[in-house]
Design a binder for this molecule. Structure first.
Ligand code: UDP
Length: 367
């Protein structure tokens, strides 16, 4: 008999398991995949760590979370500064004075603000009702058209007028010459990679990989294994999709080895034109300042998602949110079971927020 059966070895599960184990609890972890780490898992090739499930850049303003992760690994000083490629024109991201200077030839913040205000007024937007209106009112029509519309519609597979405004609010708009994609106080990539962080968290914990808890036979096998279950998989799958399927956006990755040292000069290049089928090319070595003679790049293609495939981005529209609320009500009534993390909470979660949530959750449970 274990105290905790943790389903899923991503950040939520790994942090929960670590804290419970450190408090002297008996923990068993099950992982569906053949490896631990959830979507932060990296695969190493020729000394280059490939972010297999999409690029992960750690950033936070939460001092406790930063100190917490630094107990297990140190972080390099990588700062995410992606470049947008619109039909061969390159622009700095996030939207800042470098972007405005290139787009309009403006040289001062006042000129940039005037340009944006002029375009916002021309578009006649007062209270933004959707992503398109939100984007235009934040940075004007030119940037919306060249750098946002195509990228966003590819990423989400629907029109910007049907998408919630909050998605674009993830991106800062700055009237300074600052290409740091994030506003957070701390940022970096773990030295030695994310696997090292996960392995340090799971040190001393019994983990069984290749065990899919949502298969009836497996669930039955572990029925009485623990006093408490911590479930981090998809919430609708847990309930056998009884109320319907929560929609996600999928991704397909195409990784290529290139016989050159430096392919694009930056870790992340976004392709913002609609006619290019991928949204970005990741050149993994640049996350860690790699000096290998070869390089690996990954093209990231947004894809329709079907149940059973890897679920990446929750589609947090009204319909899905209301379905999620019904599942969350069921989850609340589920005895001895805790639901946490991106898939169980159906949330567009950043890594630091997942860690914060896992720490709060496990400390409340152990208290
Ligand atoms: N976005 C955009 N153009 C870009 C980069 C981002 O319009 O070149 C918008 C887009 O709406 C996207 C959102 O910002 O859905 C968040 O993008 P980000 O790349 O930060 O998302 P991630 O996949 O990294 O969570």
């Amino acid at each position: 008999m274990y105290d905790f059966l943790v389903i899923g070895s991503g950040l939520f599960g790994a942090v929960f398991a670590h804290e419970a184990h450190s408090a002297g609890k008996r923990v068993l972890m099950l992982e569906r995949r053949s490896h631990v780490g959830g979507n932060v898992y990296c695969e190493e090739k020729e000394g280059i760590r490939i972010h297999k499930y999409g690029a992960h850049i750690f950033h936070t303003s939460d001092r406790e979370v930063w100190d917490y992760v630094n107990r297990f690994v140190s972080f390099n000083n990588y700062i995410n500064s992606p470049v947008a490629n619109y039909r061969g024109e390159l622009y700095n991201l996030p939207f800042n004075m470098n972007t405005f200077a290139k787009m309009w030839g403006v040289t001062t913040p006042a000129e940039a603000a005037a340009k944006i205000e002029e375009q916002r007024r021309a578009a006649g937007i007062k209270e933004p009702q959707n992503l398109e209106e939100q984007a235009i009112s934040l940075i004007g029509t030119d940037i919306y058209t060249k750098l946002i519309k195509g990228y966003t519609e590819k990423q989400w597979g629907r029109s910007c007028t049907e998408l919630p405004a909050f998605i674009i609010c993830r991106l800062p708009v700055r009237y300074t010459f600052d290409n740091n994609y994030f506003n957070d106080r701390y940022q970096g990539i773990p030295v030695g990679g994310y696997n090292r962080l996960i392995h340090a968290l799971l040190d001393g914990i019994e983990v069984r990989t290749g065990e899919d808890y949502n298969l009836p036979a497996i669930r039955e096998r572990y029925r009485d294994a623990a006093r408490t279950i911590v479930y981090t998989g998809a919430i609708d799958a847990y309930f056998g999709y009884a109320l319907g399927t929560l929609a996600y956006r999928g991704l397909r990755f195409e990784t290529e080895r290139l016989e050159e040292e430096n392919h694009q000069g930056v870790a992340v290049m976004n392709y913002t034109a609609r006619e290019i089928p991928y949204t970005r090319i990741i050149e993994h070595k640049h996350f860690e300042f790699g000096t290998q003679p070869v390089t690996y790049i990954t093209r990231e293609y947004p894809a329709d998602w079907h149940p059973g495939e890897e679920a990446y981005y929750p589609l947090n529209n009204a319909e899905n949110q209301s379905l999620y609320a019904k599942y969350a009500a069921l989850a609340k009534k589920e005895p001895h079971t805790i639901f946490g993390g991106r898939l169980a909470e159906y949330r567009y979660y950043d890594m630091d927020d997942v860690i914060r949530s896992a720490l709060d959750c496990v400390h409340a449970v152990l208290a």
